[in-house]
Design a protein around this ligand. Structure first.
Ligand SMILES: [Ca+2]
Ligand SMILES: [Ca+2]
Length: 238
């Protein structure tokens, strides 16, 4: 039987992986994204790596339904807005995950960082919200989900509060997002949220498209061959 060189196997495998991998894309808000789970704008296609979301705020909040694929998640409006923003993330049930108002004392755009203790590590559906200062996520009873000024003792420096990355610990933390409330200190404008670790979501009732079956079989075959090579050569293939 003809032997297949390991390099050939690897190049076939690489081609198959890349052909089935997500394409990178920017999503632009269509009309105005809502502020509740049921009116959030659903960003389509789990096959599409989301590099950024662009939209417009006018004294309100925009909520987007996205999928976190397990790669390190992050979101930032630094360099993507010329007005103060707030970013918050919620899980598939609308429960708060984490929140940020100011990236630093001198930067009033927001960052939900990767490698933070509150950064989600579980893949799945999430909701990302951007809101103008000082519209905050609230639950059905109207309570804040994330801590606000009033939730801190007077000896906590203001800068620490404004630049903090917070998990949900306020009075409304134990129930899901219902909307946004607060004083509108800035009407907002156009924004771009840069993202890592996120894709669109699969359409309702549809399974995630699989690569063509022939490619799938090829991939399985190639994987099998690579694992055989692995047995012979020990690691590292990639
Ligand atoms: Ca909008
Ligand atoms: Ca909106």
């Amino acid at each position: 039987m003809k032997k297949i060189a390991p390099i050939t196997v690897l190049s076939v495998l690489t081609t198959v992986i890349f052909s089935s991998q997500a394409q990178a894309a920017t999503f632009t808000e269509m009309g105005d994204a809502g502020e509740t789970l049921s009116t959030a704008q659903v960003i389509p296609s789990k096959e599409t790596m989301l590099q950024s979301i662009s939209g417009t705020l006018s004294g309100d909040a925009d909520l987007f339904k996205i999928f976190l694929n397990g790669d390190p998640f992050s979101a930032t409006t630094v360099g993507g807005a010329d007005f103060p923003t707030q970013l918050s993330l919620f899980d598939s049930e609308g429960m708060g995950v984490y929140f940020n108002e100011r990236t630093s004392s001198s930067v009033d755009q927001s960052t939900l960082p990767a490698n933070n203790p509150f950064t989600p590590t579980q893949s799945g559906i999430y909701y990302l919200a951007i809101s103008v200062l000082d519209l905050d996520p609230i639950n059905e009873a109207g309570d804040d989900i994330f801590p606000d000024l009033a939730d801190f003792s007077v000896d906590v420096p203001l800068d620490t509060i404004l630049t903090g990355v917070f998990e949900p610990t306020a009075a409304g933390a134990m129930s899901p997002l219902s909307g946004f409330d607060g004083a509108i200190l800035d009407e907002g404008g156009s924004y771009t949220i840069a993202l890592t670790g996120a894709t669109g979501v699969a359409a309702e009732g549809q399974s995630v498209p699989e690569p063509a079956s022939a490619l799938g079989l090829l991939a399985i075959g190639a994987l099998g061959l690579v694992s055989l090579q692995k047995n012979n050569k020990s690691k590292k293939i990639c």
